[in-house]
Design a protein around this ligand. Sequence first.
Ligand code: NAI
Length: 467
Amino acid sequence: MKYDVIVIGSGPGGYVSAIRCSQLGMKTMLVEKDKTLGGTCLNVGCIPTKTLLEMTSHVYDANKQFKKFGINIGDVTIDYPKMLSRKESVIQQNAKGISALLSKNGVDVKNGRAAFESAKAIKITEGEDQGESIEADRFILATGSEPASLPFARFDHQRILSSSDMLSLQEIPNTLTIIGAGVIGLEIATIFTRLGTKVEILEVADSVLPYFDGGLCKELLRSLKKLGLKFKFNCKVEEVTNLGQSVRVAAVDDKGNTVEIEADYCMSATGRKPYTKGLNLDTIGVEMNADGSVKVNETLRTSVESIYAIGDATGGLMLAHKASEEGIYLAEVFAGKDNKINYKAIPSVVYTSPETASVGYTEEELVEQNIPYKTGVCQNRSLGRAHTADKLDGFAKVLIDKTDHTLLGIHLVAPHASEMIGEAVIAYDQKLTADQLIHTSHAHPTFLEAVKEACQVAVEGRGIHVV
Ligand code: NAI
């Protein structure tokens, strides 16, 4: 059996790529080691996290906002097992959907672990389709990533947990310590705080989301504190001890003081590492980077001509939609189509409360690169829509070129910022100017009006609703 393309891994990089390859006339096979398709994103990442975030947002509203809105429902109780089972059924539903899409698009799916026998052949070890040796002209590695543990805080899956463990924890903890105020730390903290857990986050940097725009982080931090999250910044965790019924986390702050916290559980969320276990990449000569990611050139080709890699396995930005873009890019390039990825135009979204979304440069990057810019900010409280929803926190911040007003960066903290960022991405990717956005009609009342206002503030120093 010989294929044009074999894709290894069925996450949002792999399955999307396989479908596109098949749509463009390539005989395509997808290999997945796990029983359920969908990879990290569907099984232990974006989808379960967002399902829990969605459900717990209603718990929060019922507890904190309903009375204010004149809605009396009595005491709110949480059926946590039911929440977990709904989360599972959302995963299963989506997995079935992926399976149906692959089959409808003519992709052959095999279950098992792929290991390279040569640059043009794999063997399937383990799994239902174990033993098969299959050839292809090209391979796409889309094997994703796994949580990285700190050397002194190895996941024991009992008290010292990864984000995957947290998503399947069978009880709502009374107390939870989180190491790392990055994307995962904040999303998991939001879920459990809304469920009543006392959450404390220890972060070595001086604010949340160290790689995001500083102004955005400040704005977000205010809201997170209002929600009830507790933080200790400039605090480097150095020791984590499972005490049986609880866990002790010891850190050192920037003044050299020791900080100790005991909690029911500790989740370590200090990054993820590329996953390439069992592929046999070293024996066929695929070069790796020092961080364990697969080394690729600008066309996503590895050091072996027939092998390409996409998504988390290549390190860098670990985002589902980035992996999908790369998967589609490769399929189209294989088919002789013209395609290019503008990495700077890939948005980052964090599903906090309110949500956070960004595209383009941060203010810190513009300063560092000596790019002259102007800033415009519109606080959500200036918007009618924010008052209707009683969601006054957050803002839109735009960074524009000082001379020609081209949009350089758009940073949002707002309910549904994950949806709002779509407009910003198009504007940024198409190199639109703030003036063009100002003269584009924005529906009223919406949170997106903040982007238009922020553009006007950046250009003229004031908006219609910002004085
Ligand atoms: P991260 O890199 O976003 O954050 C890790 C944090 O841990 C950093 O703030 C770092 O300063 C801190 N840290 C590291 N060592 C520490 C120590 N010893 N003591 C205290 N703090 C320490 O990593 P995270 O949150 O684990 O996410 C991993 C990847 O998954 C990221 O690439 C992220 O983009 C991706 N992801 C994206 C999501 C989204 O787009 N919504 C959701 C979940 C994950």
